[in-house]
Design a protein around this ligand. Structure first.
Ligand code: SF4
Length: 308
């Protein structure tokens, strides 16, 4: 009788995979404010992570549709994605105690957008019109007719030519930077005089996660992205894994949503996470894979990739 040995599944744990600095800051602020005030109001999730938000609801955090619904003199926390200047002004008018969780990277982009607006320039935002960060950035323009949002090359085609009009572009921080680069090229073809204060605003935390997924996905049977479906950077990682040649990819909040039947036939897999997934959730997932399926893990980052 011939013995059949099954090789254990090899899982590469991609780095970086922990909270980015902006999320870490917002999470720490929210936890401290919960302890101090026993809850507060929000108009947008502090971070785009379902598990973390579930903990906040338990601590008494209340989400409202608009700042008008918050009682005067209450505590409001702005999310890591920021809010438009008029929301800040309204919160101040109402005497609210403001906890500003806006990521400093996003804050800097917003300040630049306000400056450019004050110089009389039109704004083009490359991003997802429905995303909180883009909504806040739109609000940095003095009026909505001075701001244009594009999310793909077709949208760029539909823009006016801005003849004789100064125009500056900004980008959402969590997009696929390779895609952003293509849109910017198209934008410069269409509007040669378009300006920008930096080549793009895709942040380092986003870029580094994407680069490592892009590098390894093509040799993986499966890429697991731990994050919430409404997290922009989680969705981008999932899409990049598939477009870079992974045999399969899945986006899940935690081990509890993971359908293990997807491991059938898998020899090599990689695991990454959005910038808003906690290290605890990641470690719990790794522990589940190793103890239940005998998965063997190995850390992988572009720094320890020696194949030149
Ligand atoms: S992903 Fe980047 S821009 Fe977004 S919160 Fe994190 S550091 Fe800030």
């Amino acid at each position: 009788m011939v013995a059949i040995f099954h090789m254990p599944i090899k899982c590469y744990i991609l780095s970086p995979h922990w909270f980015c600095s902006g999320v870490k800051r917002a999470v720490s602020m929210a936890e401290q404010v919960c302890k101090l005030y026993g809850g507060f109001y929000i108009i947008e999730d502090v971070i785009h992570n379902r598990m973390f938000m579930n903990d906040l609801w338990k601590c008494g955090v209340v989400k409202v549709a608009s700042i008008d619904e918050i009682p005067d003199n209450a505590v409001v926390m702005f999310s890591s994605h920021g809010v438009a200047p008029r929301i800040v002004a309204k919160a101040e008018e109402k005497g609210l105690t403001i906890i500003d969780g806006t990521c400093p990277v996003i804050k800097a982009v917003q300040c630049d957008a306000v400056k450019e607006t004050n110089l009389g320039k039109k704004l083009i935002i490359i991003g997802d019109r429905a995303h909180a960060e883009v909504i806040a950035l739109i609000g940095c323009a003095d009026k909505s007719s001075n701001v244009f949002v594009v999310s793909n090359e077709t949208d760029v085609e539909l823009l006016p030519d801005f003849d004789g009009v100064a125009v500056t572009y900004f980008t959402q921080t969590t997009l696929d930077w390779a895609h952003v680069k293509m849109i910017i090229e198209k934008l410069k073809e269409k509007i040669p005089h378009v300006e920008s204060l930096s080549p793009d605003n895709v942040c380092r935390a986003t870029r580094e996660r994407q680069d490592v997924v892009r590098k390894i996905a093509g040799s993986m049977d499966l890429v697991v992205v731990i994050g919430s479906a409404h997290s922009s950077n989680a969705r981008r990682l999932y899409e990049i894994a598939l477009s870079s040649g992974a045999g399969n990819a899945v986006l899940v909040d935690s081990k509890n949503e993971f359908d293990s039947s997807i491991l059938t036939g898998v020899n090599t897999m990689a695991m990454t996470s959005s910038a808003s997934t906690s290290e605890f959730v990641i470690q719990e997932f790794i522990e589940y894979l190793t103890s239940t399926f005998g998965v063997v893990t190995e850390d992988f980052s572009l720094n320890n990739d020696n194949d030149g």
